[in-house]
Design a protein around this ligand. Structure first.
Ligand code: FAD
Ligand code: FES
Length: 525
């Protein structure tokens, strides 16, 4: 993700600007003390905050002001205009807050100011255990401290790494455009300073909800006052002959992505099995690495069920224009080493060429196979704990399971969305936000999770933003110019707006988010 230009734009707020330049409900980009500053007006109040999103550097001035917040156009993070606080993921760090002085008919930005309120939780469990250290787990752990919880917090993760930027693993990191330093969400010192006991390489093997104890893979047990389950999902595995060849890779973890990168260094051709978001992002990234890429997809059009026919076609054409070759309506039948005469013991030679044979007999030579055919929620532990499960862990609007004191968030949680009914999604922003909401609810906030789901996906120069939760049988209408990659596709069930997918219309996607929240209809420009 490219950072915005660091050149300062707009007026110098230190020198003063006429107050009427900023009208009620509007924002103005300028600068002060060498930094980009956003001034916003609500009634007679003026607010000044840093203008650059702390997630990937999105330009907040191009976002949307809603009440006393601004939403980032790139991935919908939210900041409080009064304090600069990052109040909704994916941004985790606050932006600066500036003092504004009115003198006559002008206002001046006079310096930075800390307006963050000290918070005290309504209730404080004796201790909190978070199972899983990914998007939801990491966001929950930090939220507990932000909310003023002072008790013990233990975050237990089976992964060898502390929480990291998983979406980047199929995008710029895999493409070679993002260094590994960008991948951890926080340095290890952060957890130490926040007094979060963050365990890696450790699984929770059992939860006893009666004695309120968890058992860890290293044999220890740990008591909890409240518990959050965020065990995420794992890739669905191929089940065909040759699926165990060392050339066959999956992508969920940082180690997986590193493994693909290592293999891609010596590879000329790759076959991606699955034309899903992850499969297609892998195809894009491997093309960036100059590999010849073939994608095998079982449907006749990639992503049609989620994005609809028009955007599905645009995604397909974009990939084709960049040289990706598609084999649609096909499934893989077997994977084998290229030379039939090669003894089976050589199967471990990861450098040998292999062949992916499709169900119609087509043979695709390649050096690397990446499988992206969906994920399954990790609900085994929840099931063994006796939690209610039905395509995910069932939670109420406060993200609490049927066992009081045990909450669930992220890819495993199936919650009652106020618009779409009970759903489970696999989106980064949803997982982080559910972690944040669950954390507050473990502290007695009683806050329902009501924000519309949001995800993004990148394919070469095509950046898709999707807000809401549509169904494959929703009616779609297209507004804009598909060819120019400036378009929104609006999904409706009957007359009810269910989702909007946008390309090149980031602000419009934010407006659609507000319409969904308010139960209003939405008209694209
Ligand atoms: C390559 C890739 C790209 C993606 N890109 C996007 C994107 O562009 N946009 C988007 O919206 N979403 C994207 N996603 C999806 C997004 O990353 C997930 O929805 C999100 O990570 C889910 O968060 P989570 O906390 O529920 O699970 P995870 O982030 O998977 O974290 C769960 C953690 O729990 C740990 N765990 C599991 N069982 C146990 C146990 N018993 N004990 C201890 N720890 C355990 C796991 O090791 C894991 O670290 C992508 C996913 C992948 C894999
Ligand atoms: S850059 Fe702002 S939310 Fe991602």
């Amino acid at each position: 993700m490219a950072e915005e230009s660091s050149e300062l734009e707009g007026p110098d707020f230190e020198k003063g600007v006429e107050t009427e330049t900023v009208t009620d409900g509007e924002m103005l980009l300028g600068h002060a003390f060498g930094e980009a500053v956003l001034v916003a007006r609500r009634g007679d109040n003026l607010f000044g905050i840093g203008a650059t999103c702390t997630h990937y550097g999105g330009p907040l001035a191009k976002g949307l002001m809603v009440d006393c917040t601004v939403r980032c156009p790139w991935h919908h993070a939210r900041f409080d205009l009064r304090t600069g606080e990052a109040i909704a993921a994916p941004a985790l760090n606050d932006v600066a807050c500036y003092n504004i002085e009115k003198r006559g008919n002008r206002f001046f930005v006079t310096g930075k100011i800390d307006k963050k309120p000290a918070r005290t939780p309504a209730t404080a469990p004796a201790s909190i255990v978070i199972v899983g250290a990914g998007a939801a787990g990491g966001a929950a752990a930090e939220t507990l401290r932000r909310e003023g919880y002072g008790g013990p917090v233990t975050m237990i993760g089976a992964d060898e790494f502390l929480p990291y930027d998983r979406p980047n693993l199929s995008k710029d990191y895999l493409a070679g455009n993002a260094p590994e330093e960008w991948i951890p969400l926080r340095p290890s010192e952060f957890y130490r300073d926040q007094r979060i006991d963050a365990l890696t390489n450790t699984s929770v093997t059992a939860i006893n909800s009666k004695t309120k104890q968890v058992t860890l893979s290293d044999g220890r047990s740990l008591g909890y006052g409240a518990l959050l389950l965020t065990t995420g999902a794992e890739p669905v595995r191929l089940k065909i002959p040759g699926d165990d060849l060392p050339h066959v890779c999956y992508l969920r973890t940082l180690s997986d992505s590193r493994r693909i990168i290592e293999k891609a260094k010596n590879a000329k051709r790759a076959v991606v099995i699955g034309a899903s978001f992850i499969g297609l992002e892998v195809a894009w990234s491997l093309r960036e690495r100059k590999l010849e890429v073939h994608v095998v997809g079982k449907h006749s059009l990639p992503l049609e069920k989620i994005l609809g026919r028009d955007l599905g076609t645009l995604v397909l054409q974009t990939h084709e224009a960049h040289g990706v070759k598609f084999h649609l309506g096909r499934t893989p039948a077997k994977v084998e080493v290229a030379s039939a005469s090669q003894p089976i013991s050589d199967r471990q030679d990861a450098d040998s060429t292999i062949i992916v044979q499709l169900d119609d007999g087509t043979k695709l030579d390649c050096d690397l196979v990446v499988v992206g055919i969906g994920v399954r929620p990790n609900t085994k532990l929840a099931e063994e704990t006796g939690l209610a499960i039905d395509n995910g862990v069932l939670v109420n609007e406060y993200l609490e399971t049927n066992v009081p004191g045990i909450f669930a968030a992220g890819d495993i949680a199936r919650w009652p969305d106020p618009r779409a009914g009970r759903i489970r999604v696999e989106h980064w922003v949803v997982a982080q936000r559910q972690g944040q909401t669950a954390a507050r609810n473990m502290l007695g906030a009683h806050e329902p999770f009501v924000v519309p789901p949001f995800f993004w996906s990148n394919h070469f120069d095509l950046h898709v933003h999707y807000v809401g939760h549509g169904n494959s049988d929703d009616r779609t209408s297209v507004s804009g110019d598909l060819k120019a990659k400036n378009v929104s596709v609006i999904f409706r069930s009957g007359d009810k707006l269910t989702a909007v997918a946008s390309v090149g219309r980031d602000r419009e996607n934010l407006q659609a988010e507000v319409a969904l929240e308010r139960g209003e209809d939405f008209r694209a420009s």
